[in-house]
Every structure is written in structure tokens, then in C-alpha cells.
Design a protein around this ligand. Structure first.
Ligand SMILES: Cc1cc2nc3c(=O)[nH]c(=O)nc-3n(C[C@H](O)[C@H](O)[C@H](O)COP(=O)(O)O)c2cc1C
Length: 375
């Protein structure tokens, strides 16, 4: 690869880092978080099967959100720019997501980031859905074709994150709602927190969270994705860390040092989660429901892609997005919600949204590209 292209890739990877500011390196204070691995983003990871451009594109793809940060994707290289994207069976969430609905939405978000990043490196992405059932391992095939470079700001992908605290009570302005709704069109609905439906959603969010928290098998599954200690976080680079759950300061230190997955099953942990949810569910500007008109693999991939487009726009508007998914995972609440809509409108995301004074830097971890390549 000629030097200039390598320098360009380094610079674009660096752009994401500089936009965030190089984060605190004192992991003993804050716990392991994404910025501690970031300086390595200045140099390109060595992956023998891939060239530098592919590694950079896949790095951005992997910054997509996913349920429990399970990062359910894997990649199989068929040709230089001909990739199979699959769902890793070990990364499924069989208890809370038995139909792989959330898994496919997460892979959709991954594909959207992939497409945006490919555009910056001068490629157009074409996608062919290959899975016929949600439980298929191979989901889709991606082809990159040479095209004109576009100038999508990659720093936006690198600085997007899920935010759960610090929402302002102000309702979302009409013109911001119009901007956010654009990628999803009629599959987007906003309910201000003061509206009847907004108030009802807050109550459902709390009650469905309570139901799920009291379900031992769901709690056990959650526990298997929590990385309490720095050692575990560094080893797996996925799941939920104290920092990504927004347990910070002295509490964060305590949790990292003394808690382990068994504590997730204890009454005290469950009650803390319910109390925290009850507090935040009533904060913010309101709720967004993302729907789809179908439930096929292609519908879910498409919805995941459009959801990610919206999430990235929200980042620029300093609007926090917090998926509160328990309502769609717990039978009783899912049935309740379906009763309110016709069968043609299928809810896929319930999101609490709100303006922030300051958009915090991302902290959730990601596996390096070489960890999700299957040969
Ligand atoms: C399908 C899906 C469901 C999610 N459900 C929840 C949820 O119920 N509660 C929550 O706090 N975060 C939820 N999230 C956010 C993830 O936990 C988050 O994306 C992941 O930890 C990575 O963090 P990041 O978004 O800051 O990069 C969900 C995300 C996705 C894509």
C-alpha cells in the first residue's frame, strides 16, 4: 500500500480519537474504558487476512450498539471486498432475545456503520441478505465497489454512545424531531414526556424492568455479560462494564473491586436496578418508538440500519438515546403493546430520549477486528 493511503487511514482513525480527546489513562480510577485502547487506533491493527482499509472500515462498523454489548457479528472473507457477515451463536441472548430480533437489529447497525465508513474510503457498499430465517448463522453478504470518496464525519461514529443519565426535562423541539425522523419516516413516533402516552411508557418501562429483573434466567443471562473487574473487561472487550453502566466514582471503584457475577442474582443488586430505572424513566424529553412493517430478516436489518442513522444524527444534536427494551422482551408487556397497534405496525425499539448539556465520551468496549474474523 502506498504511503499516502496509509497516512490517510491513520489520520481518519485518529480523527475519531481526537474528537473524543484522549481519555484518562488512569484505569485504576475510572475502570477500563474505550479510550484506554484508543491510542492503538492511531496505528492500524495487524490482521493478516485484511488490508488496512478493510481493517479501518470494520473498526468503525464494530462501534455499532448491540444488546448487552454482545457484539454478535462475525466476518468471513470471501474475496478482498466480498464479505459474509454472520451472527456468532455464542453471542446470542437466548433468554431475552429468543427470536434473534435484537441480534438482527444490532447487525443492521453494524452494516450501516460499515457502509458509512466504506464511503469515506471511496467504496460503495452493496448488500445481499442471504439468511432466510432469523436463526441462520450467515446473515448477509457485503460487496464494496470503488466509488467517489464521500466526506461523512467518521468522528460522529466514534463518538456516538448510549447515554442513560443527565437528561434534561425539556421536550424535543419540532425541527429536531423532524431531523431524527427522516431516516425512519413513518416508522418513527415521538411522545413527549408530558403526553398521556409518554407517561404510560415511563410506567411500562419501570414495570417491565421489574418483571425482567425478577426473572432468574434473564438475570443470569445479564450476569454473563457483565464485566465487573478490569481483568475481565480487558480479556473480553465486550459486555457491560461499570463505566458503561454509568456506575462511576467511588461506587464504580467498589463495584470493580468487590462485586462478581453472583451478586447480580442478589436481592440488593436487583432492587438497585429497579430504583435506578424508576428514577431515570421519568427523566428526559420523552419517548421514541421505532417500528417496522415486517419481521423478516431483511426488515430487521433495514430497521437496524435506519435506527443507527438516527442515533448518529442525535449525537450531533446532543440528544441522548437510551433503549429500554424490557417492554419488548417481556411477554406481558409485548402483548399489551401489540393490543394498542394494528398487526401491521411492529415495535422494534422503545427509546427514552433527551437533550444533554454535554455529550459524554463513549466508554463501552469493543473487540478488535481480528477477534471477529472467522477463517
Ligand atoms: C437491540 C438493542 C437493545 C438494547 N437494549 C438496551 C436496554 O434495554 N437497556 C440499556 O440500558 N441499553 C440497551 N441497549 C444499549 C446497549 O447496551 C449498548 O448499545 C451497548 O452497551 C454498547 O454501548 P454504546 O451504545 O455506548 O456503544 C440496547 C442496544 C441495542 C442495539
Amino acid at each position: 500500500m502506498e504511503l499516502s493511503r496509509r497516512v490517510f487511514i491513520r489520520r481518519t482513525l485518529g480523527a475519531g480519537v481526537l474528537a473524543l480527546g484522549v481519555g484518562p489513562l488512569l484505569s485504576s480510577c475510572s475502570g477500563v474504558q474505550r479510550s484506554h485502547f484508543k491510542p492503538s487506533g492511531f496505528s492500524i491493527e495487524e490482521v493478516p487476512e485484511l488490508d488496512d482499509q478493510s481493517i479501518a472500515i470494520l473498526h468503525y462498523a464494530s462501534l455499532a450498539p448491540s444488546g448487552h454489548n454482545s457484539q454478535p457479528w462475525y466476518l468471513k472473507k470471501m474475496g478482498r471486498f466480498d464479505w459474509v457477515i454472520g451472527a456468532d451463536p455464542a453471542r446470542r441472548l437466548p433468554v431475552v432475545d429468543p427470536q434473534n430480533r435484537e441480534l438482527l437489529l444490532s447487525i443492521g447497525a453494524f452494516v450501516e456503520n460499515l457502509s458509512l465508513a466504506a464511503g469515506v474510503y471511496g467504496y460503495e457498499m452493496q448488500v445481499k441478505i442471504t439468511a432466510s430465517k432469523p436463526e441462520d448463522k450467515e446473515i448477509l453478504r457485503v460487496f464494496l465497489k470503488r466509488e467517489k470518496v464521500n466526506h461523512y464525519p467518521l468522528a460522529r461514529i466514534a463518538s456516538r454512545r448510549t447515554v442513560r443519565n443527565g437528561f434534561k426535562q425539556e421536550e424535543i423541539k419540532k425541527n429536531d424531531i423532524e431531523k431524527l425522523a427522516k431516516p425512519l419516516e413513518e416508522n418513527f413516533a415521538y411522545f413527549p414526556h408530558s403526553s398521556e402516552h409518554g407517561k404510560r411508557l415511563a410506567e411500562w418501562a419501570i414495570e417491565s424492568f421489574r418483571d425482567q429483573t425478577n426473572r432468574d434466567e434473564a438475570q443470569r443471562e445479564l450476569a454473563s455479560w457483565i464485566r465487573f473487574s478490569d481483568k475481565e473487561a480487558k480479556k473480553y472487550r465486550d459486555g457491560l462494564t461499570p463505566a458503561s453502566m454509568e456506575i462511576t466514582g467511588l461506587s464504580g471503584w467498589w463495584v470493580r473491586k468487590f462485586w462478581n457475577p453472583k451478586d447480580v442474582m442478589k436481592e440488593g443488586f436487583r432492587q438497585k436496578g429497579i430504583d435506578g430505572t424508576a428514577k431515570i424513566a421519568r427523566e428526559g424529553g420523552g419517548w421514541v418508538i421505532v417500528t417496522s412493517t415486517g419481521e423478516k430478516v431483511s426488515d430487521l436489518i433495514e430497521t437496524g440500519r435506519n435506527f443507527e442513522k438516527m442515533f448518529l444524527l442525535a449525537r450531533d444534536l446532543k440528544i441522548a438515546i437510551h433503549p429500554m427494551t424490557q417492554m419488548l422482551e417481556e411477554e406481558k408487556w409485548r402483548t399489551e403493546i401489540s393490543k394498542q397497534h394494528g398487526s401491521k405496525i411492529i415495535p422494534q425499539f422503545v427509546l427514552r430520549i433527551g437533550y444533554l448539556d454535554k455529550y459524554p465520551e463513549p466508554v463501552s468496549l469493543r473487540r478488535p477486528v481480528s477477534w471477529f474474523i472467522k477463517v
